[in-house]
Design a protein around this ligand. Structure first.
Ligand code: GLY
Length: 383
């Protein structure tokens, strides 16, 4: 049984755990990350839309503030990662077009537009013809849409790789094993025991294990984060040179109640996502899931059926009861949360890194993240 000590142990090496580790190391803390496969997790599947405006939902105006704070950080964040690692994360400011295919979709989009304007967001209503002028591959039946130039994209796989490299260069130690159990001594988190038996002692522990965050052994029941897996299936196509430019920006719509989006990358990849399924821990790619994605995407952009299909995959979003993340002190001294980012993990990566570095160095949640304290889910009477 081996023993090592750090100031901070981050349980989970997905993009949220990695950005926490990197930012904490930059503040002079000795940081370790426990994960069998750093840079894996939901970001391997995510399309990487930075869609604070087009993914706005009623009742989520508080989350909107955090999403916008993170979106505003992205240009500098991507540049800093490139400077630190030499790796490009595929940050692209080409914008997003949300379109309607029938009268119901159009009414829904009109309401979204009104909400966006009430929230002071930049979003322009376009007729169907204007949408097609912008994106000639759109179906002739498109009835109107919202042009949001401020909703960008990043490549989550490249982001994860850059964060692993940035952590390595900042002296973060990787333990390539799953954390099995939180170590708690006299009511304080003191590290974790890994599945290979190694004991990692740490002054503070951050639980950043995505959808698995509620499963770490040894965490007292009352502070376990209420995070559940929400399955998303995604299809990847490629756009041969002869078809380029196929789409110049991300295109999305609600079709038969489900969200479908097409995210074109500069390297010719076209990511089509995503299902949203409450299926527990199942990550099977199903014929039905792929069929629905391609059917809905085909209604939006009929030409996709000509494109080579390069990959299908499924991942688990870490859903929380209010669709917003849990950030900061958990109620158990020494244990912090950085989890529950649900549909916004990629978008919220920059602000999460800053917030968690503040928490780990000052013990306080900065103003931008106060509303996301895990205490909002604690049973009444438990401090
Ligand atoms: N934010 C996109 C998704 O979760 O599918």
């Amino acid at each position: 049984m081996s023993r090592s000590t750090s100031d901070v142990l981050v349980v989970g090496g997905g993009i949220i755990g990695l950005v926490t580790a990197w930012r904490a190391a930059q503040r002079g803390l000795r940081v370790a990350v426990a994960d069998p496969e750093p840079g894996g997790g939901a970001a391997r599947v995510a399309a990487g839309m930075l869609a604070a405006v087009t993914e706005l939902h009623y009742g989520e105006e508080t989350l909107l503030g955090l999403n916008l704070a993170s979106a505003a950080r992205y240009p500098d964040f991507a540049a800093e990662l490139r400077e630190a690692t030499g790796l490009d994360v595929g940050f692209r400011t080409s914008g997003t077009l949300a379109v309607a295919l029938d009268a119901d979709d159009r009414a829904h989009l009109r309401e979204l537009h009104a909400l966006q304007l009430r929230c002071g967001l930049a979003s322009e209503w376009l007729t169907g013809r204007e949408c097609r002028r912008l994106e000639p591959m759109l179906a002739p039946g498109v009835r109107g849409g919202l042009r949001v130039d401020g909703d960008h994209q990043v490549d989550p796989r490249r982001l994860a790789a850059a964060l692993v490299a940035a952590c390595e260069r900042s002296g973060v130690v990787f333990h390539r094993a799953r954390a099995d159990r939180l170590a708690v001594v006299r009511g304080r988190a003191t590290g974790a025991v890994l599945e290979d038996g190694a004991e990692i002692a740490a002054g503070q522990v951050v639980l950043a294990a995505g959808s698995l965050s509620g499963r770490l052994g040894g965490v007292p029941e009352e502070v376990l984060p209420p995070v559940r897996p929400v399955k998303g299936q995604v299809v990847r196509l490629s756009v041969p040179g002869a078809y380029a430019p196929f789409l110049s920006r991300s295109v999305r719509a609600v079709v038969r109640g489900g969200h479908v989006y097409l995210v074109p990358r500069e390297n010719g990849e076209l990511v089509v996502g995503a299902t949203s399924e409450e299926m527990g821990w199942d990550t099977t790619v199903t014929a039905g899931g792929v069929y629905e994605l391609l059917r809905d995407a085909h209604e939006l952009v009929p030409g996709i059926t000509e494109l080579p299909l390069t990959e299908t995959c499924a991942g688990l979003r870490p859903g929380s009861p209010d669709n917003a993340p849990l950030l900061g002190p958990s109620g158990l001294p020494g244990l912090h949360m950085a989890t529950g980012h649900y549909r916004n993990g990629v978008l919220l990566t920059p602000v999460t890194g800053d917030v968690m570095a503040d928490v780990l160095t000052t013990g306080e949640l900065p103003e931008v993240a106060r509303a996301f304290t895990p205490a909002r889910f604690r049973p009444v009477g438990v401090s």
